[in-house]
Design a protein around this ligand. Sequence first.
Ligand SMILES: C=C(OP(=O)(O)O)C(=O)O
Ligand SMILES: [Mg+2]
Length: 400
Amino acid sequence: MTLVTDVRLRRVLDSRGNPTVEADVRTESGGFGRAKAPSGASTGEYEAIELPVGEAIANARELAIPRLVGEVYAGNQRDIDAALRGADGTDDFSQIGANSAVAISMAAAKAAADVLGAPLFQHLGGTFRGDTFPTPLGNVVGGGEHAADATHIQEFLAAPVGAPSVEEAVFANAAVHAAVGDVLDERGLACGKGDEGAWAPSIEDEQAFDIVSEATEIVEDDVGFEIGIGLDIAGAELYDAEEGVYRYGETVRETDEQLAYIAELVDEHDLVYVEDPIDEDDFEGYAELTARVGTETLVCGDDLFVTNVDRLERGIEMGAANSILIKPNQIGTLSDTVDAVERARRNGYDPVISHRSGETEDTTIAHLAVATDAPFIKTGAVGGERTAKLNELIRIEHNA
Ligand SMILES: C=C(OP(=O)(O)O)C(=O)O
Ligand SMILES: [Mg+2]
């Protein structure tokens, strides 16, 4: 039986050294699941609310746990998530915190999988999943909100689209990361890393393109399959709403110049993926850019959609983007997350399952990507909290 018999919450560390919520769920027949909430730095304005950890835990203990223990079955994810929504009573989880909600939601799914004796991806996606794997997008150079005094573009991503297996893709991304380090060294630009483990050199974006291209070519020659380049511009962070312009340090671009700049980058660098190219409120701009480059590349909405079906629906109606970033903690429950993936899929939008810049050793998103047959996962290239997910993908591929 998967009747929930115990839910425990505690404060643990995330990869930035900040506190985050860990949840343990136990069931009547001894099932156990444990999950942790991640945390963003370049968060979208329309995300569900992450409360200070102490408040999130205290409120969830008071409001949510009584609706779960002895009341709902961990095997019925929709009931678990409806209980969390009912306990919270707001649209954005501002009562119990999306951090408590997502940790409990994911821990319940793991407890249910434990009762079944099945891997999490199989509990979530069914028995016919596990034969196809997402291409990992690996962050190799970055700045923006993830590193001080580095590139304006938040993430330069290696995209090993030609890899024959997830294992080879994961190692190719790590090799690109290492090659970028070597090229930086050779050019006298040795530097530290940002929040997601990407190199964070104090250089202009143009130079970063040059370095990442050189590194991907070196690794392509070595591995013998295609490695493309993707970007997360994090446009909302560059947008100056008062002036209505995009600021890259001294360089200022009007919206039409920003759209032209992105289209130019897509052509020049054969970009396979462009996330958040413009501000999160500019659905029209997204539609214009998608009409321009949408057959050549994925135009992905992160802060634009925030894993929210209503915002995605608006995008679908307008032709804004052709891909959606999927972050469970942006919306607060696994049910809402899977609804966003399925709505995207039915409308020809590619879902990209994603980590946050603040992460833990939790591996739920690796299983979610396999369970939903997502074509891409974005979860870094190196660093323990990133390799936790990448290594889990390799284990799933090996039926380990
Ligand atoms: C992973 C990202 O960063 P954060 O978690 O800071 O939003 C992102 O913007 O895609
Ligand atoms: Mg993003």
